[in-house]
Design a binder for this molecule. Structure first.
Ligand SMILES: [Zn+2]
Length: 329
């Protein structure tokens, strides 16, 4: 049965070597596999971006995944105007493109608004529509393309469960897999958008979900938690000169979970940039997070899947993925 027709699937339980995974991923990305739309790339990116938000059983819900997925396509379709399917005679758009464009009209949103500034209710409404439509084909299709080894899934229960061996492989090689995915995705987009000049597409793909506005987190950390010193140098922070820094670089983690966000002075933030700090800062952040969880009673985004041991692992995985330049504050 074709992957997109499956209602559920179970990953094959067998010992797989790294070589098995590399060849599996290459054929998954290769042009030999037919790509009608770009959705498999988008769904794979959603999984990679959610690797650190799984629960203890490596489960990711469709709500989690299609939130990421919607955010990615919101920007690609509405901001960058990139067609996600080859032009056909009747020039029909994909269902996803129609959902997003309808949402603009129904919710009376200005076209250039980025996804991050929509209200939570509007976001959830749009994500729900995208999920209901896109879960039909893409989850099973990627499952089959990977040779049934990446995850188990159920359309009815709306989750995927990552194969632990695949999970270990993906965390170890996250950066390279991301690049392979971008590369093939960009090739696809260039092909179906041939009438457009596509500048820096690879860069755009890497930053389409980058949030510029972290003021929400600044407010929680500075006003509510009263973290009023630079996390790195300890200097008192002055109103108007407070930066929110991704402790594990955003370019690796691709998410704004508050357990990874610290306040920093502009100098430290600039110097640290995309680098890691020595590992004693990991321990400092673990202590900070314990205090944060105790003091702030409101639900904090991302803490549900947070574990201090996980933070240590992510720091280690970032090192494995080429983040080997250490900045000493
Ligand atoms: Zn500082």
């Amino acid at each position: 049965m074709a992957g997109y027709d499956l209602n559920e699937g179970y990953f094959i339980k067998k010992q797989l070597t790294e070589d098995d995974f590399w060849s599996g991923f290459s054929s998954m990305f290769s042009n030999k596999a037919v790509h009608d739309t770009s959705y498999k790339f988008g769904f794979f990116k959603s999984i990679l971006d959610s690797l650190y938000n799984t629960d203890d059983n490596l489960i990711l819900t469709f709500d989690q995944l299609f939130y990421k997925f919607t955010e990615i396509y919101w920007n690609l379709v509405l901001k960058y105007n990139l067609r996600q399917k080859a032009k056909t005679k009747n020039d029909r758009e994909t269902a996803l493109e129609r959902i997003l464009k309808d949402a603009l009209e129904k919710e009376e949103i200005i076209r250039d608004v980025s996804f991050e500034v929509l209200s939570d209710e509007v976001k959830l409404r749009i994500c729900h529509k995208v999920k209901m439509k896109c879960k039909e084909n893409v989850v099973g299709a990627l499952f089959r393309d990977s040779g049934d080894v990446l995850y188990s899934f159920s359309k009815k229960a709306e989750y995927i469960q990552l194969n632990p061996i695949a999970y270990a492989f993906m965390t170890k090689h996250k950066k390279i897999l991301e690049k392979m995915n971008y590369f093939e995705w960009a090739k696809f987009l260039e092909k179906v958008n041939e009438d457009m000049v596509i500048r820096n597409l690879l860069n755009n793909l890497d930053t389409i979900t980058l949030r510029n506005d972290l003021s929400y987190y600044r407010k929680i950390l500075f006003d509510e938690f009263e973290e009023r010193k630079c996390f790195y140098c300890g200097k008192e922070l002055k109103e108007g000169k407070i930066h929110v820094d991704h402790f594990i670089p955003w370019s690796f983690i691709k998410d704004d979970n508050i357990w990874n966000l610290v306040l920093a002075c502009p100098e430290c933030n600039l110097k640290k940039s995309d680098k890691l700090t020595p590992d004693n800062y990991v321990e400092n952040l673990i202590i900070r997070n314990e205090q944060l969880q105790e003091e702030i009673q409101a639900p904090l985004r991302g803490f549900a899947s947070y574990k201090k041991q996980k933070l240590r692992y992510i720091y280690y995985w970032a090192k494995c993925n080429g983040y080997d330049e250490i900045w000493i504050p």
